[in-house]
Design a protein around this ligand. Structure first.
Ligand code: ZN
Length: 550
């Protein structure tokens, strides 16, 4: 080799190592996207004094807090939320318009993650594993990271719920894992893998999950120190009508041994979050996430907060205790990341897929106009009303997602479709609970406030959504009165969510400027210097960036 060639080789090595080091310096080793299912924004502050310095308070005090993050579509539900956070898009485009939706052409209801072409991996319960992101039509931030690195980046999703693991992880992820209620196993589907990794099999064979059935739920702190009242359980659901299960301690073993429950019990308790955090740590360790200089991506969705919220509503010691315990799980996950990936080597963002309303009976008892909406009774009344004019009894299939879903196989050849739509609108204009009735295709012309109009348009997908949108009066919702609560509406209690960015290169601070759920993915894309997902409509949140103009 002559002198010139040697010099050229040295120069190449120097350039490559410079490039690698620039790459390594500019990007975090790992991004962890945390979603807390049904976490209202105000829970950051309602329980602030009791959070530890290591959990939520660490994120709030050291990270960047976007105080007014809103969901800019309806319905505000889990599948749509997870899909929108990680795609930066809206249901109108990514097509995940609900937890279940009706394929309008066939009048067939499908679960958002249902995929008949895949099978369960890790359980015999095929129902628990026929899940994939096949209905998600666009890329996630994880998919873009895979593309940007020629699949060297690893992307993994973890959640108790399949939709909480699958939609964040995306179509090209290495893996998504969720909990099978029947076996207490962490499972996946053939979309991602043919068999579980050995470490997951080993984990499932241990009692790491199932041992929590033997752990009764008592409060973390002395019960008299909670914001909520000890004895006021009027608005809370007991287990299968057993009144003894409404007061602490809640004995899961007794419920399990009754034969009426399975490992789904863990989802209704803080233990559901603890086992999620523990499995997420295992995934970090075994997939070696954040070990090399190629950024990896882990999504963790804490779902127990949603089950607890539905069962007990916001004003409950059970809900309060679940967040105080989640604070510990988050602290423990952050400390694990500090140790494994290194302080200031990773980025975490934490948000929610939606909020949750107060119990309507509680509101009503406290002088707020509020009521339950029974979609089944209302659908029957509507069909009876329509049958008088149009002679058919089954014109409307359902009022799911507060939309009129027509039974197209029944009215496909109906020449009077416009008249049917008009009759539906007339019907709902005379229903007290309904504030606005909007024909979705004509939403832009509706005389309704602009923020609601925008949310209707962003949530409407012609293939998967009903043709008429109902906007109920505030505090009217499809809660199974008089207990528990639900979510799904445009109102701030359902659509105002927490959002904090934390870690490598993120300044400490906060803004009250209104930003949107759809801004999260483009912000992460900008932080990672990769392309934003394929149908992003949001904008990067500028305040999260520290510029060095030298
Ligand atoms: Zn929910």
């Amino acid at each position: 080799m002559n002198k010139y060639k040697i010099l050229k080789a040295i120069l190449c090595v120097v350039l490559i190592s410079c490039y690698s080091s620039i790459y390594a310096q500019e990007r975090p080793k790992l991004v962890v996207g945390i979603v807390v299912d049904q976490m209202r924004w105000d829970y950051l502050y309602r329980y602030y004094d009791r959070y530890s310095e290591r959990g939520f308070r660490r994120l709030m005090n050291e990270g960047f807090n976007c105080q007014n993050t809103m969901i800019n579509y309806i319905p505000t539900v889990t599948a749509a939320g997870h899909a929108s956070i990680f795609t930066g898009s809206v249901p109108s485009i990514h097509s995940i318009v609900g937890n279940d939706f009706i394929v309008q052409k066939y009048g067939k209801s499908v679960g958002a993650t249902y995929d008949e072409n895949v099978h369960a991996v890790g359980t015999d319960s095929s129902k628990a594993g026929q899940s994939s992101p096949v209905n998600l039509r666009v890329t996630t931030i994880g998919d873009e990271l895979r593309l940007a690195t020629n699949f060297r980046a690893k992307v993994v999703g973890v959640s108790l719920k399949d939709r909480g693991a699958i939609f964040p992880a995306g179509r090209m992820a290495n893996a998504a894992f969720w909990l099978d209620e029947n076996t207490g196993n962490w499972i996946s589907s053939s979309w991602y893998m043919d068999s579980l990794p050995k470490w997951v099999e080993k984990y499932n064979a241990s009692d790491n999950v199932r041992k929590y059935i033997d752990k009764p739920w008592t409060t973390l702190y002395h019960i008299n120190t909670y914001i909520q009242s000890v004895s006021d359980v009027r608005y809370e659901w007991e287990y299968l009508g057993d009144k003894s299960t409404i007061q602490f301690p809640i004995d899961f073993r007794k419920l399990f041994d009754s034969g009426k429950h399975n490992y789904g019990l863990l989802k209704d308790s803080p233990w559901g979050n603890t086992i999620t955090a523990d499995f997420a740590k295992q995934a970090i360790r075994h997939y070696k996430l954040g070990v090399d200089d190629v950024t990896d991506f882990l999504t963790v969705s804490f779902s127990a907060t949603d089950y607890v919220g539905h069962r007990y509503a916001p004003n409950s010691i059970k809900t309060e205790d679940t967040y105080l315990r989640l604070d510990r799980d988050i602290a423990s996950l952050l400390e694990y990341l500090d140790g494994k990936v290194g302080k200031d080597q990773y980025i975490v963002f934490i948000t929610a897929d939606h909020g949750g309303a107060h119990n309507v009976q509680f509101l009503s008892d406290n002088k707020v106009e509020a009521a339950s909406w029974n979609k089944y009774i209302m659908c029957d009344s509507l069909n009876k009303y329509l049958s008088k004019s149009f002679g058919k009894k089954d014109i409307v299939l359902s009022l799911d997602n507060y939309q009129v879903n027509f039974n197209y196989p029944s009215i496909r050849n109906e020449s009077k479709k416009e008249e049917i739509i008009k009759a539906c609108i007339d019907f709902f204009e005379n229903i007290d609970a309904v504030m606005y009735v909007v024909e979705n295709r004509k939403a832009s012309q509706a005389s309704i406030p602009a923020p609601i109009k925008e949310r209707i348009i962003n949530g409407y997908n012609p293939q998967h959504s009903g043709e008429i949108q109902l906007i109920l009066k505030p505090h009217y919702c499809a809660q199974s009165a008089p207990k528990g609560t639900t979510h799904g509406l445009w109102n701030p209690y359902d659509s105002h969510i927490p959002l904090i960015f934390f870690g490598k290169g993120i300044p400490s601070g906060q803004t009250v400027r209104e930003v949107y759920m759809t801004d999260i993915a483009p912000t992460v894309a900008a932080l990672l210097k990769i392309q934003m997902p394929s149908a992003t409509v949001g904008k990067a949140i500028e305040e999260v960036f520290v510029y060095n103009n030298k």
